[in-house]
Design a protein around this ligand. Structure first.
Ligand SMILES: [Zn+2]
Length: 286
């Protein structure tokens, strides 16, 4: 067999038969105390909400120990989520490491980890009404940490046009509003996202990233517990349910709702936010 003109060696089958080894021993991660998170959810009070208009973005704040929900309203819609430490936006969501520590798609019990050098849980997923979806026949799942975000630079590269309502731009404007930073400075804080409600995978034959119509319906939600004080931004992707296109005004789009919940005070007794990673940052020098 040849691929791109390269003939396979005689022992190709043997080399391919090497056993996959999961890269990280995730059973050594700090355990998720399911009873604690279930307790926190009981009797919580909604204290705020933010509507994210279609093809736009909004910022929101969640104090440590509170919960937030991203809720589908009106119709199927995917959302691109960014998270920052509210006191220090250089600590932000680390999509790539979250993917390595958990999986390509996240659900209840998984954590959203922050960037180096902090590397600590920023949020823990406490409820996912789409958890039933699992993996479909195309190999797709929901809530991926593999896609980056639709952006006007890639759009210009591929289509030649300028479109100002890609998730990257929506998140940029939302972060600028949330921090009062100029837009081009705000842009530098926007990072790879959690694709909330988006249904994605890699094609079996060419391993290309694909999307398909999201199974989300009004009333579905993803709920997270804020482990530290969070500034969040959510974009209602111009791809709508991402069944056909993005980076244009072609798709039917709907708003998304962000709800903030305060738990009962006694539910948090004994709980403290996780510390930053203890590695001394000497990197073998000195
Ligand atoms: Zn998008």
């Amino acid at each position: 067999m040849t691929r791109k003109g390269i003939k396979a060696p005689a022992d190709a089958a043997e080399r391919r038969a090497a056993k996959p080894v999961v890269c990280y021993t995730v059973d050594r991660l700090p355990p998720v105390d399911t009873a604690f998170y279930e307790g926190v959810r009981q009797g919580m009070t909604k204290v705020d909400e933010v509507i994210v208009p279609p093809r736009d973005g909004r910022a929101f704040r969640v104090p440590a120990g509170h919960l937030f929900r991203i809720v589908s309203v009106e119709g199927p819609q995917v959302g691109d989520l960014n998270l920052w430490n509210a006191a220090d936006p250089t600590e932000r969501f680390f999509s790539g490491k979250t993917r390595q520590l958990h999986a390509s798609h996240v659900t209840t019990g998984d954590r959203l980890w922050s960037t180096l050098p902090s590397l600590r849980p920023m949020a823990t997923i406490t409820h996912d009404t789409l958890a039933w979806y699992g993996w479909d026949a195309d190999g797709a799942g929901v809530h991926d940490v593999i896609g980056t975000r639709c952006d006007p630079y890639t759009n210009r590269l591929l289509s030649g046009g300028d479109y100002h309502h890609c998730c990257h731009s929506n998140l940029t404007r939302a972060f600028a509003d949330g921090t009062a930073l100029p837009v081009q400075e705000a842009e530098m804080h926007v990072h790879d996202v959690l694709n909330v409600f988006m249904c994605t995978g890699f094609t079996h034959d060419t391993h290309q990233y694909f999307m398909k119509a999201s199974p989300v319906r009004p009333g579905d939600f993803l709920e997270l517990f804020a482990e530290i004080d969070l500034l969040g931004a959510l974009s209602a992707c111009p791809g709508g349910d991402c069944s056909a296109s993005h980076s244009s005004d072609a798709a039917a789009c709907h708003p998304l709702l962000v709800e903030i919940y305060r738990p009962r005070a006694e539910a948090l007794e004994g709980w403290t936010p996780p510390a930053r990673n203890a590695y001394p940052r000497t990197h073998g020098v000195g």
